[in-house]
Design a protein. Sequence first.
Length: 256
Amino acid sequence: MTITGHIITLNEAHNIAECIASLQRVCDEIIVVDSGSSDATVTIAKELGATVITQPYLGDGPQKNVAAKHARNDWLLSLDADERLDEEAIDAIKRLALDDPTTAYGFWRKNFIGSRWIRHCGWYPDPNIRLYHRRHAAWSDALGHAKVEAPKTRLLGGHILHYSYRNYEELFFKANRFSTRGAKMMAQKGKRAAPLSAPAHMAAAFLRKYLLQRGFLEGLDGLSIALSASLNAYLKYAKLYEMQKEGQTSDSLWEQ
């Protein structure tokens, strides 16, 4: 099929081969946009036939839009390095005529900790638009959690399998990392934090994940996700408050 698959990466040597193999089931070109990996990500990608473009990280949406400038096809399919298409999704793509460039296509996404599919905590259902025509759609300019913006969208059968976290250590490690990004995003939007913002948002995040989104049904996984979300919320507002007190700005601070 005349589809270009694209992936953004930073030190994804443990993921990139399986992601590329998944895309190659439906794509005749793979583009990897790498933001400076120090591991074997680039070497592995090139060995598997992908075109690698080096681009300092611009934020989620802008980084994903880089591939459109280099693709030989108009139809693009985006996966993150820790994502795969399941068999039903692959079959659904192969059946598409791709005769309407104004429609972008998506899938439900299953999010995992290790090999465990998380059905609650707001992690499922998780619709994601990923297959689009570059002349009619593109990723939003959002620096975090960007989305494909298109005139029309349609969900296909099948799932994207998202191996979000390999274990609890990674779950809590990324909570800290993502909180830094979140604080910078809020600072760029001119938002402010008060001394009590951090604990208030921490409590709200835990209650939302564990009770309202029924995380308690996931056992220890659900409790861990709720604690991670509350830690992320606390650190995000604490870091924003610290930035205000220290007179720091968010300019040129983006990291993948």
